[in-house]
Design a protein around this ligand. Sequence first.
Ligand code: DAH
Length: 338
Amino acid sequence: MIDKIAQIKDEALQSIAAATDENSLNEARVAVMGKKGTVTLLGTIMKDVPSSEKAAIGQLLNATRSAVQNALDEKQIALQSQADLAALAGIDPTLPPRALATGGLHPLTLLRERAVGILRRMGFSLAEGPEIEDEFHCFDALNTPSDHPARNPKDTFYFDSGKLLRTHTSSVQVRTMEKQMPPLRIIAPGTAYRRDEIDSTHLSAFHQLEGLYVDKDVSLPDLKGTLEMFLRELFGAQTAVRFRPHFFPFTEPSFEIDVLLEIKGQAPRWIEVAGCGMVDPAVFEAVCQSRGDRFFDSSRVTGFAFGMGLERLAMIQWGIRDIRLLIENDIRFLKQFA
Ligand code: DAH
């Protein structure tokens, strides 16, 4: 009996050792440990063993089974690592990995996030309004007369309904004052649309960053200090900034802001970056009418507003000569910002 067990064990171990791959190992596994496997069937001899020997034979059987199982497990691991090594043949695992292409943010996004970050630190919070606007919020409430060129269907995208694609983010000024109470200090980055011929400095869909500050006694020096500080944070402490008198229907007085652009090898030139001014009392009056109260009465509050072109700021920031680069998705251009 003991000899028979030893013999079956030896045969089992040999067949396992002889397996050369996963298939032959599986065959060996079935042949020895399967339902009708040689080692499994050894269990049936127990009934013929005299009871005096049952304990000893039982122990021997258990030891045999676990030896065979161990041999199967070890062989499986050995075959697996053999297969792994074979898969690596011809590959040098000590080579450094290839760099991952991780992508990056679009320059306009980078610029908007920086600009918004600076203004938020100065106490402005974000506001927004719809891109499909009505004439009231885009023009009338902003003191823009009906014969103003911006209202011409040649310059502005109108829908049959009479609504339009907002021509500037200044409409968010009105929307915000309708909903919030003074004092308020908001910025609204967003898209604006004009029927402009696309060229190196114009797109028909572009981005602006609007700002509005309304409180008791907001003054022109507040406007000037805020925007100078903003532009120097954005472009560097040495940046020269100038305010040039201008006209906007919704501010009085109004200014355009220029930044002195100094590119090596080129004569320095002033570039317009924003419009701004003190909120016109006519705008406050339209807001009061729309709200049906006097919280924005111009005898109680004053304010300043500004609007800048984000594409313009990006072009200055990185010396981009053609605005169309910002929408062409040319990877050679975008890669430089990643
Ligand atoms: N909305 C003006 C434009 O698109 C820019 C602007 C000028 C915004 C003066 C303002 C402002 O808030 O006060 O050209």
